[in-house]
Design a binder for this molecule. Sequence first.
Ligand SMILES: [Zn+2]
Length: 435
Amino acid sequence: MKSIVAFVLAVLCAGVANAQLKAPTEPVMDRFLRYVKIDTQSQEDQTTTPSTRKQLNLANLLAKELTALGAQNVRVSEFGIVYATVPGNLADNSKVPVIGFIAHMDTSPAVSGENVNAIIHKNYQGGDITLPKDPTQVITVAKNPVLKELIGDDIITADGTTLLGSDDKSGCAEIMTMIDILRQNPQIKHGTLAIAFTPDEEVGTGIEKFDVKGFGAKFAYTVDGEELGEISDETWSARTATVTFQGKSTHPGTAKGIMVNAMYAIGDYLNRFPHDILPETTADRVGFVHPYAGVIDVESSNLKILLRDFDVSGLDAKEKLLRDMVAQTVAKFPEVKISIDVKENYKNMKEVLKNYPELTNNAMEAARRAGLKPFLKPIRGGTDGSNLTFQGLPTPNLFTGGGNFHGKLEYNSRRGLEKSTETLVHLVQIFAEKS
Ligand SMILES: [Zn+2]
């Protein structure tokens, strides 16, 4: 209760004059704890969207709750995407761009999300956190220096047997609570908001079914990041290379002068990868090449390689390196036919977002009004936002307060959820003020 009062005061101090703000009908923490109980694990290599039917359980619940919160045009698409509109409350809503807020409902295929038993570590006083059902699962201060900022907070984890699902039920709960607060407090002025909750983000396929036009937003934010204050308007640019090594197989008893064993060529090629541009040796803004799968066989071998860089020129250089390595292996194994095929996967959304600096600036301002220190962090991966950005909907990514995604050590906290929600409330006000 105390934290709700603090929350309301914080909103009050930050700009809405002469108004006693009402708390949401339900604290964001309670909402979050309800959502994590629903198993929404997605699955790789499925032909349907959503990849697992159980994601619809959360989709249908969110649709019901959106309707109860007064959202309009609430619908669940045939692909399990929840869409809704929150009407603006300005004299002329057409003067403010429609802003979208998007979170994903599914959890990672890497770790079970079934029977999540959320543990609340009340009034955390520092030190490592051992998860009760598996003492080998320990959130250590050494590996999670952010824990020092959570002293006095209520930390939420799973019990050590599952992931928590903070990624991205935090985003779902925060967006829903923002809508709740706006409904309770009509004196907070905002334009029209477009809301979406998506399936299958973790397997990369849900966003392909997203109806950008029907969504109706001019800009959007995914609420799917980590540490409080972390805002991302940059992702990798990504390509995948397939190198094929064609040899000639024959019965080994009569192979003399006939057999060409492609396996030696693939071994030679693998040996040429420079050690300083691999995922295991790079961090921050440094890109990599990553051989991650392949087939090894006398007749035909192949290798699949990820190429990642924040700059297209850096990505081009990595592609050239892989092609030069092919030429070197060809010189050594002239009888093996070697070919390389490179495909583009996604591009750094900064290429588009640099033309819309107000999206990042407004988010930074909103975080500051919530009492946070915002910072920009490029994402060493792709987001649904990078896909949407190149479909014509510029979409940076905002923090949720959580961390250690995709694993049993995943966490968020009461303050993390509340401050992220508060930032969203400020953000819609800022767009209204500035238009
Ligand atoms: Zn996520």
